[in-house]
Design a protein around this ligand. Structure first.
Ligand code: HEM
Length: 521
């Protein structure tokens, strides 16, 4: 009896394990063999997919997009053909070949940006009602929306807002005004007695400062005042800190992480939105210091009847775009100057020549500092981590791969900038002389720190001037030297942070900074 019971239990267990364990594993193996070996062989035009067991790479992408993309490059023999990554709801086609990237920027018929922009706006908090209104193409009946002063070209609201921001940043009077405001604020912030916020210790007549803190605060403070004058500071005196904290965690908004995860971005976003909500409702007479672009976007919002919540969202996007990258690129450029004394001396000589009677000639500075320019470009190459996106609207071929509609394209500038066939065996090393030896390298298709095509960064000239201005003022007013470690040895150069997805210029690795000994001249 007992033997019978035991043997039928064993038979039951055997059958159950067959059904619940062995069979599913077999099916999974067959599926994987089909999906990642047989199918790619039968369909050579389809971009190869990075294999997976659980059907999505979302977590891997968020944890380290660099590692996942490097894995894809290895899988395709590092030939830089387009390959694919599966996320929860779509495929991402990863494009890393310089010629393919240029082809993506050119193909505006099959590859669009609006779909991505729409998702971004929803993530930023646009209301449903406003989402409908912003894509509405005005007709003859929409008199208010097509007024000669605001929208003679009859664009929809969102394209109009983009166009306004671009016009603000075109070379000319409007750009000069915003640039001069930035320089004015930098000039005021960078005084000896005002540097306590980044000071770590004081020593004989000098102090030791955190370069990272110095760049973060001064750059964001300057850009904030150039867009909003003193208005946002009057509404919330800590607005710069909120923007810095928002920028640190903005990837959580971009990648649409669910809010129940108690995200770090929630508090700074709320504080910024609270301030911007007050700002957009101020009568125009109380917004007299705002930049031309801010005034015009708010005027356009009136014409399109956009609600206040969504107006605050547009301004948050503009505010963030103007602040997302400058402090980090300034940090990397100045760090390299401090670590390379010869380069520092050359740059000091160049920037000194742009001063006359204590006034900085920013146009001279931008055009006559080859070593600073080379260091700036090389820093953009080494630390640029923008991930530029497009949506496939209709079937198209990029390289020799066929891309299907509905999926997304990702062009990671990090892999483009580290491409050894374009940059040589030492692609991973910082060497500013490559831009000195070849002056046209900044137009190379493998150099895309500011993106390209329809979304080519309109703030690139301003960004360069802002960084050069900071460097020129700092080295004019202060003697600055890299602080040595306790043992008198040069500290290790900071690495890149790879713990969060990168959206633009990389942060230094957590806990790494550059300490600087500083004296007033
Ligand atoms: C070193 C500094 C900067 C870097 C590396 C940078 C990088 C970029 C990149 C890669 C894009 C393309 C994004 C895409 O296609 O998805 C972009 C777009 C943009 N950038 Fe910048 N940017 C910088 C500074 C600025 C500044 C100072 C401003 C404004 C004051 C600005 C405003 C914009 C705007 C408005 C766009 C969107 C353009 C559009 O959608 O048509 N950027 N930037």
């Amino acid at each position: 009896m007992l033997i019978q019971l035991v043997s039928s239990a064993l038979i039951w267990a055997y059958k159950t394990s067959l059904i619940f364990f062995v069979l599913p594993i077999l099916l999974l193996l067959v599926w994987r063999l089909w999906r990642f070996t047989i199918r790619p062989w039968l369909r050579p035009l389809e971009p190869k997919e990075i294999p997976y067991w659980i059907p999505c790479h979302t977590v891997g992408f968020l944890r380290s997009s660099d590692k996942l993309i490097e894995h894809g490059l290895n899988l395709t023999g590092n030939n830089h053909e387009v390959f694919a990554v599966q996320t929860v709801d779509r495929k991402l086609y990863i494009v890393t070949d310089p010629q393919d990237v240029s082809a993506v920027f050119r193909d505006t018929a099959s590859l669009g940006f609006d779909g991505y922009l729409n998702e971004l706006l929803i993530s930023f908090g646009f209301t449903k009602a406003a989402i409908k209104k912003i894509w509405h193409k005005p007709s003859d009946d929409d008199e208010k929306m097509i007024s000669e002063t605001i929208n003679p070209e009859r664009m929809n609201f969102i394209h109009l807002a983009e166009d306004i921001f671009k016009r603000q940043l075109l070379l000319g009077e409007k750009m000069d005004r915003i640039r001069d405001d930035i320089m004015g604020t930098l000039d005021q912030s960078l005084h000896w007695r005002q540097l306590d916020f980044c000071t770590k210790s004081y020593h004989a007549k000098g102090r030791q400062i955190s370069l990272y803190s110095l760049c973060r605060f001064t750059m964001v403070e300057a850009a904030t005042r150039s867009l909003f004058g003193s208005h946002l500071h009057n509404i919330d005196p800590d607005v710069v800190d909120h923007m810095l904290s928002f920028g640190d965690h903005a990837w959580q908004v971009i990648f649409r992480l669910p809010t129940f995860l108690n995200l770090d971005v929630i508090a700074p976003r709320k504080k910024l939105m609270d301030a911007l909500r007050v700002f957009v409702q101020l009568p125009e007479s109380q917004r007299s210091e705002q930049a031309w672009a801010i005034k015009n976007v708010l005027d356009a919002s009136d014409s399109f009847d956009i609600d206040f919540e969504s107006r605050a969202c547009v301004l948050l996007l503009m505010f963030w775009a103007a602040n997302a990258n400058e402090h980090n690129i300034a940090f990397w450029v100045i760090s390299h100057l401090l670590y390379d004394e010869n380069l520092l001396e050359l740059v000091k000589r160049e920037t000194e020549a742009a001063w006359s009677n204590d006034t900085l000639d920013i146009n001279y500075l931008s055009a006559n500092c080859p070593h600073l320019e080379a260091a700036f470009n090389e820093a953009l190459r080494c630390y640029g981590g923008a991930v530029i996106s497009r949506k496939v609207l209709q079937k198209t071929v990029i390289g020799n791969k066929e891309l299907q509609p509905g999926h997304a394209i990702i062009m990671p500038s990090r892999q483009l900038h580290m491409n050894e066939s374009a940059w040589g065996y030492d692609a991973r090393q910082f060497d500013h002389t490559r831009f000195l030896k070849n002056r046209s390298l900044d137009r190379h298709p493998a150099f895309r720190p500011f993106g390209g095509g329809v979304t080519y960064c309109p703030g690139r000239v301003l960004a360069k001037q802002q960084v050069y201005g900071l460097v020129a003022i700092l080295f004019r007013r202060f003697d600055m030297k890299l602080a040595m470690g306790n043992n008198g040895i040069k500290p290790q150069f900071p690495g890149l942070d790879d713990t969060t997805p990168r959206l633009g210029i990389a942060d230094p690795a957590k806990g790494m900074d550059v300490m600087v000994d500083m004296w007033e001249k």
